[in-house]
Design a protein around this ligand. Structure first.
Ligand SMILES: Cc1ncc(C[n+]2csc(CCOP(=O)(O)OP(=O)(O)O)c2C)c(N)n1
Ligand code: SF4
Ligand SMILES: [Mg+2]
Length: 296
């Protein structure tokens, strides 16, 4: 049985700001790995650059910290050559919905068998608080002294349109729900995304824990059917708003599973993989001399 102790790093500890939402996401992810009883050596956390990208340092599984916006390509490669592993991509909103957006869309349409966990704090945290693709319209900060006129990316709608087969939203202030979402997403065969609202207590003074507690609601409590894609789109479009709030209006932010479908994965369609992961297939009888002759 895998325990939280098995996932503990003893030589270092997280250096996120006290109270940061990343801490809740980190706790929920470890809880999910324990609940799924996954062996630490069968889990790979692949991240980009950002406060969020530091997470793999502090979980005792395999980890890979790559380029900002680009954790998806190595994660796809890992899931292709060793499809027995559980691959989880960790990214920020800048990382995944900005520079990495193209990779997200293609991984979703391919239905690559991995889970994407986005720490969405609606800001560039690591680089000290510039606005990001998910910053609310009308916000200003030190890098945007006049309110931004840009409509935010809607990650849920993008994932649905791209063909993601499991789409959910969590909140770093609700560890129980976040853990349940991650358990379901990791168990799902195919591309799953959990967009997690993760307050940055240092640089985002608008989208705080208190702000979310007043606005989040659970899809399951309102009888949402995750098999209905049209209804999933309708719920997704509730928030973020592409316009300024009207007088007296308050956002409603849905959390839970928006959409889930079964569809063959990318790996299912590649016959060379078969039952045995590529890394475990014998290569004694493979002669690479002709390729080397051509390339070297
Ligand atoms: C290719 C590249 N572009 C830009 C940067 C600078 N950079 C590092 S982290 C970051 C943004 C981080 O924001 P986000 O992805 O939302 O993560 P957070 O820190 O908020 O968790 C940027 C722009 C970089 N390191 N590499
Ligand atoms: S800057 Fe923001 S996101 Fe980064 S560790 Fe601090 S509170 Fe968390
Ligand atoms: Mg961010």
């Amino acid at each position: 049985m895998t325990t939280l102790k098995d996932l503990e790093i003893t030589y270092d500890k997280p250096n996120w700001c006290p109270g940061c939402g990343d801490i809740g996401v980190w706790v929920s992810l470890k809880n999910a790995i324990v609940q799924l009883n996954l062996n630490p050596w069968e889990v790979v956390l692949v991240s980009g650059i950002g406060c969020s990208g530091k997470l793999p340092y502090w979980v005792k599984t395999y980890g890979f910290n790559g380029l900002h916006g680009r954790p998806m390509p190595p994660a796809e490669a890992i899931s292709l050559v060793n499809h027995g592993l559980t691959v989880i991509v960790i990214g920020g909103d800048g990382d995944q919905y900005g520079e990495g957006m193209g990779h997200l869309v293609h991984a979703a349409r391919r239905n690559v068998n991995l889970t994407l966990l986005v720490h969405n704090n609606q800001i560039y945290g690591l680089t000290t608080g510039q606005y990001s693709p998910t910053t609310d319209i009308g916000e200003k900060n030190k890098a945007t002294p006049v309110p931004t006129v840009e409509s935010p990316v809607n990650p849920i709608s993008v994932a649905l349109a791209a063909g993601a087969t499991f789409v959910g939203r969590g909140f770093a202030g609700d560890n129980k729900q976040e853990t349940e979402l991650l358990v379901s997403a990791i168990k799902h065969k195919g591309f799953s995304i959990i967009d997690t609202m993760q307050p940055c207590v240092t640089f985002n003074h608008k989208n705080t824990f208190a702000w979310f507690y007043e606005r989040v609601y659970k899809l399951e409590a309102e009888g949402h059917d995750p098999k209905d894609k049209a209804k999933a789109f309708a719920r997704a479009e509730e928030w973020p708003l592409k316009r300024m709030l009207k007088e007296g209006e308050k956002e409603r932010i849905a959390t839970g599973i928006f959409y889930r479908e079964e569809r063959p994965t990318w790996q299912d369609g590649i016959p060379q993989i078969g039952e045995t992961p590529l890394v475990k297939q014998p290569i004694d009888n493979v002669d690479i001399t002709p390729i080397l002759d051509e390339l070297v």
